[in-house]
Design a protein around this ligand. Structure first.
Ligand code: HEM
Length: 219
């Protein structure tokens, strides 16, 4: 690996670690406890935000050309989103059996299916991320697969989050979230609500750009 590539990977890794740390600190402040289950929430949230940043770099750099330098980070950030999402999925499925049992995953099948769909798409996008695949598939087909795949997976994660968390958000807005030994400060908003708002903003921005583009190309 050449030096430039290594620096790029280290920066992307640093950004991912910073996002993970912010979520971990917030979750700790809200709960005053930290364990594998809480780290798992931070892994899922980090994956969602890093994926969102990856999707934003392209459109933002078209409007603000100084962001053009960030385009090369999309591959490393995308792969890091996949890896943190994979860690989250493996911990959820196999390492917290006292909370997340097989009946839980079957009952919550829409959340399970959308989570697995996102992981599957990100895995596929990672396998075709190498330069030789761009040559093999042809540039425009490769870009189309990366963009469509990236957005479909992002929407799947968004649905996954809503399926699992909306009941808790409604409870929190109604002031009904109780203090428990695992939740010292229920008055603080759930971290997942911030993830929801950021993801909704990114999806909304994308829809706005698409509508603007459609209006311009038809008018
Ligand atoms: C790309 C893939 C995925 C992403 C980005 C993702 C993201 C998230 C996020 C942001 C949360 C909310 C965390 C919170 O409570 O603060 C969450 C919760 C959860 N996810 Fe995923 N997820 C993914 C895939 C999966 C898969 C495949 C499974 C297992 C089948 C899974 C199981 C869970 C469970 C059980 C929770 C609830 C965690 C809790 O309340 O402590 N996720 N996920």
């Amino acid at each position: 690996m050449n030096k430039e590539l290594m620096v790029r990977w280290l920066r992307a890794l640093l950004a991912t670690i910073i996002i993970f740390t912010i979520f971990s600190v917030y979750l700790f402040l809200r709960r005053e406890i930290y364990n594998l289950g809480i780290a798992n929430k931070a892994f899922g949230s980090t994956a969602a935000i890093v994926a969102g940043i990856t999707l934003l770099i392209g459109p933002v750099s078209r409007i603000l050309p100084q962001f053009g330098k960030a385009l090369v980070y999309r591959r490393s950030l995308g792969i890091l989103a996949f890896l943190t999402g994979l860690i989250h999925a493996v911990i959820s499925l196999f390492f917290i059996p006292q909370r997340f049992t097989i009946p839980f995953f079957l009952k919550e099948w829409p959340a399970t299916a959308t989570g697995l769909l996102a992981i599957g798409i990100w895995f596929f996008l990672t396998t075709i991320s190498k330069n030789d695949k761009i040559k093999q598939l042809g540039g425009s087909k490769w870009i189309m697969l990366q963009q469509r795949g990236g957005y479909i997976a992002f929407l799947a994660v968004f649905a996954h989050l809503i399926f699992l968390k909306y009941a808790g958000w409604i409870e929190w807005f109604g002031g009904k979230t109780q203090k428990t030994p695992n939740l010292a400060n229920p008055q603080y908003p759930p971290a997942s609500l911030f993830v929801f708002l950021i993801m909704a903003g990114i999806i909304g921005y994308r829809i706005y750009l698409k509508l603007k583009h459609d209006v311009q190309s038809h008018g």
